[in-house]
Design a protein around this ligand. Structure first.
Ligand code: AMP
Length: 373
């Protein structure tokens, strides 16, 4: 086990988006500097970091200079090429390591891994050819969801198959191959739980939250999830199991489907801070970003306890930006903006956390919970 990074040390972050930005802000509060590495020149993370490198993820010379300038490397975006992290690993400690990235970049590896870690998943099959798709549908049945195994996010790269006529067009449209076919899960809610794991193997797991999507993009998180105590405890336990099974040093979000009987099926692992954890910035003593920084810096993890209930609302695209003047003036709401240059449709520009008295959300209807957001 390695000693904690001393104050003033530099954390290298691959990826320049809002997750890196909020990690850098949390790192600064703990006395660390951040160096952001990203291909894009105008990135939210670079605006708040002590140093940055603008270079492709494949630029070996730039990666070597970056490794020499930082004390530890992490990432805020799991589609960083695995080869990038593999090139950095001999040069600087990488937390999480390339093995974690590889599992989470590939839905086939991820599904197999979840089952090995003791998290049940919906039936699934790997699909390389149209014939395999036909065979997989014969076994799994319809409806089913066909997804790309790589680079999918916010609902991109997937199709719901409802009739046999849907198979060929969906197979032709989705790329790159291979694909994964999953049974359609008749869930009553989607929840997620965030777990940090330190260099000493200690775990800190936040309360599970309920997530609602709009056009496949996260719209709202309700913290805590309004599910049974047993379901909530199981979601947290599963997140911890996955962190342990991965040997993670860092932080992850585990997304799960809640079935009508309260049982859970694992969907996705994000081995980094996650949009469904933004509520922790205002409703916990230590946010997910601070926890991520603590884990990668080798500090003791903080108490993940919640001191308020909260509802997080994402600000997406021009409509999200239009709500900003109202939200910034709203009592009881903590607003966050990511400094993005353009308010393109579908882009996450910020979020707002409405704080509620601890324990009050369980009894609230949606209209009351969302007042002011
Ligand atoms: P994903 O990219 O896997 O997170 O999927 C995006 C969204 O599609 C999820 O949040 C669900 O709302 C829906 N979805 C994904 N997989 C399934 C499934 N097997 N059954 C039902 N809905 C799904």
């Amino acid at each position: 086990m390695s000693a904690p990074l001393p104050p003033g040390a530099t954390i290298g972050i691959l990826g320049g988006g809002q997750l890196g930005r909020m990690s850098a802000l949390a790192a600064a509060r703990l006395g660390y500097r951040c160096h952001i590495y990203a291909p894009e020149a105008e990135s939210p993370g670079m605006q708040v970091a002590a140093a940055h490198t603008i270079a492709p993820y494949e630029d070996a010379a730039a990666l070597a200079r970056f490794a020499a300038a930082v004390d530890v490397v992490t990432f805020e975006f799991e589609n960083v090429p695995a080869a990038t992290l593999a090139a950095l690993e001999p040069l600087a400690p990488c937390r999480p390591g390339v093995g974690v990235l590889q599992v989470c970049q590939d839905r086939l590896a991820e599904k197999a891994f979840l089952a090995r870690a003791g998290v049940p998943v919906a039936p699934w099959r790997a699909v390389h050819t149209e014939a395999e798709l036909t065979a997989a549908v014969a076994e799994i049945g319809l409806p089913a969801v066909l997804k790309t195994t790589r680079m999918g996010y916010d609902g991109r790269g997937q199709a719901v198959l409802r009739s046999p006529d849907d198979l060929a067009p969906a197979f032709a449209r989705l790329a790159p191959k291979p694909l994964i076919l999953e049974a359609f899960v008749p869930f009553v809610a989607e929840v997620s739980a965030i777990a940090a794991r330190g260099v000493d193997g200690a775990l800190a797991v936040y309360d599970a939250v309920e997530n609602r999507h709009h056009h496949h993009i996260l719209d709202l998180s309700f913290a805590p999830a309004r599910v049974s105590a047993a379901t909530a405890a199981l979601a947290r336990r599963h997140a911890g199991q996955v962190a342990e099974a991965l040997g993670l040093v860092g932080l992850l979000a585990l997304e799960l489907f809640v079935l009508p009987d309260g049982t859970l099926l694992g969907n996705e692992i994000a081995p980094r801070p996650h949009n469904s954890g933004h509520w922790t910035m205002d409703a916990c003593l230590a946010s997910q970003f601070e926890q991520h920084v603590r884990a990668v810096a080798g500090l003791p993890l903080a108490d993940p306890a919640r001191h308020h209930d909260a509802v997080m609302k994402n600000l997406v695209g021009p409509e999200g930006l239009a709500a900003w003047p109202r939200l910034v003036a709203q009592p009881g709401v903590a607003p966050h903006l990511y400094g993005k240059a353009e308010a393109r449709p579908g882009r996450k520009l910020g979020h707002a956390n409405r704080l509620l008295a601890l324990g009050s959300l369980a009894e609230m209807d949606d209209a009351t919970a969302l007042k002011g957001l």
